[in-house]
Design a protein around this ligand. Sequence first.
Ligand code: GLN
Length: 288
Amino acid sequence: MTYQEIIKKITDELKTAGVPDPETDARFFLEEAAGTDYSHLLMQLRDEVPDEVSASLEKYIEARKHRIPLQQILGFTEFMGLKFYVNEHVLCPRQDTEVLIEQILKNDIGGSRVLDLCTGSGCIAVSLAKLGGADVTATDISEEALTVAARNAQENEVDVHFFRGDLYDALPSDEKYDIIVSNPPYIRTQVIDTLAPEVRDHEPRIALDGDADGLAFYRRIINDAGTYLNEGGRLYFEIGFDQGKAVSELLRNNAYEDIHVIKDYSHNDRVVAAKRRAVVAQVMTNDT
Ligand code: GLN
């Protein structure tokens, strides 16, 4: 079979299996199986595909037909121009989350102490350490996720302090941070079954499920953030497209100011940023 024929075969098979955007997947699979970039492949469309390349492609197509996410099949993805290893134990880093990173990197965070809660693949923690030069601590409840995150820190050549546990409980001591960031699970439980099979059946449910109203993690993170955030420190969240108002309200009711909702490139609300209000010394009055 020639490259031209195999491209058509992959695309047709994926289309029949209901895979959205099969051309893109075919391209990624070919690049990975042949170990070369697509522009080279286009110059050899009439060449025969070597057996070992078709064998890899068969495996990829079979997995993709079962709607396993492209990134999990390849074993990696790109995020903020960096390479991240992924598997079924972590949420695949998404482009939406780049908006969160870009927002934080607008300020000079070199040397700042950053805490990333629910780190998953470590994409936020590693990007902020690598691109911002921050001193990053990251936590997650999943041991398997932390294994992936640690590998991503190592392969991107940054030091991140990882701890396993439930949000702040993972931290070994009550230290203070300049920035707390999180892309926590934020999908309403009853909505999960309506999501694409890639997400619903193959991404970890604990990375998605934000409880009945989707806000459980924001509530918990905001309630305790005061203990860990320096005065004037900043809190950044990724949010669902319809959660801007609710999360802003939680922040407003918890002594945060300078609250902004930022949109992603599809014009959906995607990030909320806020500042911890400085504590004003209380004046004691004695009116008895
Ligand atoms: N922090 C990770 C990310 O942004 C994982 C998020 C999650 O599992 N909810 O991709």
